[in-house]
Design a protein around this ligand. Structure first.
Ligand code: ABU
Length: 919
């Protein structure tokens, strides 16, 4: 594209407009109104020429002379214009003979030259057809510039005496609008209307495809000056096709080379649904695969690219190769502006043959909803790749004697006469390809020249070519195939597929202008890089969003707190085990089945240790050891639960058995083995289930992925992918169902037993009521925690916090309920005897308490009664003593003895009274 910018002119050529065709160029719009009556006029010319040759030249001259003389003699007006002095003369003067002779000579000369022209028109003109896309709505309307270029070439070729000597090349052309149907119609018109065409020029891939596919039926060569479709490189499908336009596949090695240069290995493709782009994409896909470049998505559209652009965004496409005609390109640009697929994170590869200002023209006409400024913004930074279509050596004379810059000047002049605003850089479509059209005509002339030489000895001539003449067609084919010359587009040569071999150039839109970045020679794999690229961001855009995986772990403070509390719980449990053993001789301990309590404590310890394992996630544990942590969690929590809860369960179970048996010896002891058997039974079931789970379907690390999140310091191309580790086996739900089912049953049954024995007191199991309370607590917490923890499983902190709280609460409460009363009792009554009188764990029932208080009250009454009787005895003794003192004398001794006996009898009688009362 930037070849437009190079403006060195070494030589100027006068513009000569073509004679046989009629162009009408509107002044207001640089759009060609194109009327061609060439076929009809040619037909008439041929007929005229044919009749002229049939009449005897001499007769013709005589007739003409006589007529002229008669006319002169009979005051014909026209003669007066020839010779004003004769106007006054009424009759032919004597000198009429001289005039007659002169006229005869003149007419002979004219007739001779006319006879020469007529012969030339009839026999020495080689006709070719031209199909130019000019006034269409979509596609490539490159005929706007290519047709004037072709006619320039025609003039130049026809001027060359050494080329097609004695022959003129004539072009019969019409507009195809880049519509294959219309193109076919133009072709049939060219073929079925005389004169015989020797070759067709065509432009626009869709039309070329149709024309070239049909032309082989007429043994007609087709030379495409503006068709890039890789599909045209199929020699079997298009055996008579050549093109000066390189195949669009020449861009693909360049694109791949650039992708490698910038380290892009993930690209997307957006294409218009046309064969030219489909076949280009197929080639690109194959090359990407070969180069290890992933094509993340391939989106295509017919006319509205909206959905396709949206999909690109959804797929997080960053490097996008866009293949579409320019009208569609404007729609794409507007859509990518709307969906913000531009800027520092995106790189678009567009086709390089759009005109320089393609993104800001025709917006209103085509109903584009973006402003020119928005289009400029969206277009900024995109890359283009294009085959070089102008000879890069601007001072190098080409086959026509012009340099490419001379050609540019001539073409510009010609386009100016057709009212294109070239001076304001408003170029018609196809300006880039104009050298290809120019060189195509030269290639035709050279090939015809060569064919003529070849046919010379065979008695055949090009002018005798018919659509059934395979021999001449083969000769033309061979001649084009071997054509090679330096044209204004560079070296013109054709590959075995009829393709043009070309260099590609890479450009970038920087501040609204195309800047040349470099060239790539596919054949030599040589990239010439000018280091002029500019990116909107600070660095080369990345080919994908950099996704940083971030493991969601349990928050450290929470884990630390839980670990500290769990450690404290473990210490307490060990302390209580020691307490249990230390005081094992005491009845309060003995009657509570200390081994069961120790098992319970051990279970609590395992559960608390399980909490540490539960919080030990990817922060502490390497991935390869995570499965072991998963197993540890399950084993610790499950076995811990079974031991702690099983111990309590077995106690309430025994109590229930005692209360439900018809006759139980109250003094009968509870055999400890029965309790241990219960715990062991539960433990065995647990172990069997866990072992089967572990062996058949072991727990593994499964990572749950969350939607992408923006990092705190949001960078365009970095996203956070949160992930959370889970312990799961293949049939996780089944195993969890079995485990929860089994433990749920034990919990519910324990709850039932605890409820049933809520007011039962057994001397043999003195703490059964506290155990019952503990069971209530565990059941309620477990039944809440299990489902809740499943619901919040994706929130690591909530889940861990909830489970930890439940386990800690259960363990601490159970230890407190079972051991605190015992500890208090032991502290209160450090001596065995005192403690044995009052058994706090036996729990004084209400009746006992009432009876006790009643006995105390009775005791008080009796004490009072004894005190009263003793007072009475003392009083009586005092009276007796006084009486004895009054009776002192002879009978003193006898009397004293009698009184003493009586007093003793009375006292005995009182004591008896008291005893009776007591009884
Ligand atoms: N460079 C113009 C190509 C047009 C086409 O292939 O249809």
């Amino acid at each position: 594209m930037t070849s437009l910018r190079s403006s060195r002119v070494s030589q100027c050529h006068t513009d000569v407009s073509h004679k046989n065709n009629n162009f009408n160029c509107s002044r207001t719009k640089p759009r060609i109104k194109f009327k061609l009556k060439a076929d009809r006029s040619d037909r008439l010319c041929s007929r005229a020429r044919a009749s002229a040759s049939a009449i005897s030249m001499l007769n013709l001259y005589v007739i003409i002379i006589n007529r002229v003389c008669n006319s002169i003699a009979c005051k014909v007006k026209a003669v007066s214009t020839l010779h004003p002095r004769l106007v006054a003369t009424r009759k032919c003067p004597c000198s009429m003979t001289v005039v007659r002779a002169l006229l005869l000579l003149l007419l002979f000369f004219c007739a001779s030259s006319s006879s020469f022209v007529t012969a030339s028109d009839q026999d020495e003109v080689l006709h070719i057809g031209g199909i130019f896309p000019i006034n269409g709505e979509g596609g490539w309307q490159g005929g706007q510039a290519c047709m004037p270029a072709a006619y320039l070439a025609l003039e130049d070729v026809n001027k060359r005496a050494d080329l097609l000597p004695g022959f003129q090349l004539r072009l019969h052309s019409n507009d195809s609008e880049c519509e294959p149907g219309l193109g076919a119609s133009v072709m049939y018109n060219l073929l079925y209307n005389p004169p015989q065409k020797l070759l067709l020029l065509a432009g626009c891939s869709t039309v070329c495809t149709t024309v070239a596919e049909a032309a082989k039926m007429w043994n007609l060569m087709v030379l495409c000056y503006g068709a890039s479709s890789p599909a045209l490189s199929d020699r079997r499908r298009f055996p008579t096709l050549f093109r000066t336009h390189p195949s669009a596949t020449v861009h693909n090695p360049t694109r791949i080379r650039l992708m490698k240069k910038f380290g892009w290995s993930r690209v997307a493709i957006l294409q218009q649904a046309e064969e030219v782009f489909i076949s280009t994409v197929e080639d690109l896909e194959a090359r990407c695969k070969e180069a290890g470049i992933e094509i993340v998505t391939r989106q295509s559209f017919l006319s509205d690219p909206g959905d396709a652009v949206r999909n690109l965004r959804r797929q997080d496409a960053r490097i996008i190769v866009g293949l579409f005609y320019v009208v569609a390109a404007r729609r794409v640009l507007c859509d990518l502006y709307k969906h913000q697929l531009y800027g520092s994170s995106y790189v678009w590869f567009f086709i390089g043959w759009y005109e320089d200002n393609w993104f800001e023209v025709n917006l209103e006409k085509e109903g584009i909803e973006c402003t020119a400024a928005q289009m400029r913004t969206a277009a900024e930074g995109h890359l283009t790749t294009e085959a070089l279509m102008w000879n890069q050596n601007q001072n190098q004379p080409t086959i026509s004697g012009m340099t490419s810059e001379d050609f540019r000047v001539r073409l510009n002049n010609k386009l100016r006469t057709e009212k294109y605003d070239i001076d304001n850089l408003r170029y018609p479509e196809g300006y880039q390809e104009a050298p290809l059209a120019y060189d195509a005509v030269w290639a035709v002339a050279l090939a015809f020249n060569k064919t003529m030489e070849r046919l010379m000895g065979t008695g055949k001539s090009l002018k005798n070519f018919t659509y059934t003449d395979k021999d001449i067609a083969d000769n033309i084919y061979a001649a084009i195939n071997s054509t090679s010359f330096l044209g204004v587009s560079g070296i013109v040569a054709f590959s075995s597929q009829g393709d043009r071999i070309a260099l590609t150039q890479i450009e970038q839109m920087t501040e609204g202008q195309y800047v040349k970045l470099g060239y790539y020679d596919t054949q030599a794999d040589n990239l010439t890089w000018l280091n002029r690229e500019k990116w909107a961001g600070v660095k080369v855009p990345q080919d994908r969003t950099v996704v940083r995986r971030e493991l969601r772990t349990v928050s450290l403070p929470l884990f630390a707190c839980v670990t500290a509390v769990a450690a404290a719980g473990v210490c307490i449990a060990f302390g209580l085990v020691v307490f249990n053993i230390w005081n094992s001789h005491r009845r309060v301990i003995q009657s509570s089945h200390p081994v069961c309590n120790t098992i319970m404590l051990f279970g609590c310890t395992l559960c608390l240790a399980g909490l540490v394992a539960l919080g030990a996630d990817g922060r502490f544990v390497p991935q390869d050891q995570f499965a072991a942590v998963c197993q540890a969690r399950v084993w610790l929590l499950s076995i811990g639960f079974t031991l702690a809860y099983g111990a309590m369960f077995s106690k309430v179970w025994r109590v229930h058995r005692f209360t439900t048996k018809a006759k139980v010896d109250p003094k009968k002891k509870v055999e400890p083995w029965k309790l241990y058997t219960m715990v062991s039974g539960l433990l065995v079931i647990d172990a069997v289930l866990l072992l089967s789970w572990q062996l058949r379907d072991p727990l593994r690390r499964r990572v749950e992925l969350f939607p992408l999140e923006d990092p705190p310091n949001a960078l365009d191309d970095v996203k956070i992918r949160p992930e959370l580790e889970h312990c799961e086996s293949e049939h996780n739900t089944i195993w969890l169902g079995v485990m929860y089912g089994y433990k749920g049953l034990v919990l519910v049954f324990g709850l039932f037993l605890a409820y049933e024995t809520r007011s039962v007191k057994l001397r043999q199991i003195n703490d059964s009521r506290y155990v019952g309370m503990s069971i209530y607590n565990v059941v309620v917490l477990c039944l809440i925690t299990a489902p809740v923890s499943m619901v919040v499983a994706s929130q690591q902190d909530a889940s861990f916090g909830f489970v930890s709280l439940a386990v800690i609460f259960c363990c601490f409460l159970s230890m407190a309920l079972i051991f605190v009363p015992k500890v208090i009792e032991v502290i209160r009554h450090p001596k065995d005897r005192a403690e044995s009188k009052y058994n706090p764990d036996a729990g004084m029932s209400k009746e006992d308490e009432e009876r006790y208080h009643k006995l105390l009250a009775e005791n008080d009454q009796l004490q009072q009664l004894i005190t009263a009787k003793e007072e009475k005895i003392r009083t009586l003794k005092q009276k007796i003593a006084e009486r004895d003192a009054q009776r002192s004398g002879g009978q003193t001794v006898i009397g004293t003895t009698a009184i003493q006996q009586q007093t003793t009898i009375q006292a005995a009688s009182i004591t008896q009274d008291i005893q009776d009362e007591h009884i």
